[in-house]
Design a binder for this molecule. Structure first.
Ligand code: ZN
Length: 157
């Protein structure tokens, strides 16, 4: 008796490969209600407005002498001079931190940045010295160091 062949394959149920995403994953622009192909997009392709990211992003830098908190749009100058930096008290005990050392900020897309302001002893991200005036991104868990030994841990969420 010859083995059966051929027919079974055509009787299999169809695969779930119709190419449609389940409902509920659609993500709409809150301004123009265009459907966004990428929920993590920073900008709406239709109206070109920046899109809010989930939650309100906050940048924190945890220094041994205090925790700095930066909100979206805020530029925070780090340094020892109270006339230059609103958080000078965090750094007054460190003689090697400049009066105006560096600036950290958070942009509307939730990306954090740091820029060295021409400090004497340098601004470092994960051990790499930033050239003066260059904007460098900060990621969650990065080590932000001012001068030789003032290290803060970046918390971004
Ligand atoms: Zn839009």
């Amino acid at each position: 008796m010859p083995p059966p062949h051929g027919r079974e394959a055509t009787l299999l149920p169809p695969d779930h490969n119709q190419g449609r995403q389940p409902d509920g994953t659609a993500f709409m622009c809150p301004y123009c209600e265009a459907v966004l192909p990428n929920p993590g997009a920073a900008q709406c392709d239709s109206c070109l407005r920046p899109l809010p990211q989930k939650g309100t992003p906050t940048l924190r830098v945890m220094f041994p002498t205090g925790e700095l908190k930066v909100s979206v749009g805020q530029h925070l100058v780090l340094g020892r001079d109270a006339g230059q930096s609103p958080v000078a008290s965090t750094f007054t005990q460190y003689d090697n931190v400049s009066r105006r050392h560096s600036t950290v900020w958070l942009d509307p897309s939730g990306t954090a940045w740091v820029r060295d302001e021409g400090s004497t002893n340098g601004t470092f991200v994960n051990g790499e010295r930033l050239p003066r005036g260059v904007e460098a991104p900060l990621r969650n868990g990065d080590q932000l160091r001012l001068a030789a030994d003032v290290t803060g841990t970046v918390q971004l969420n």
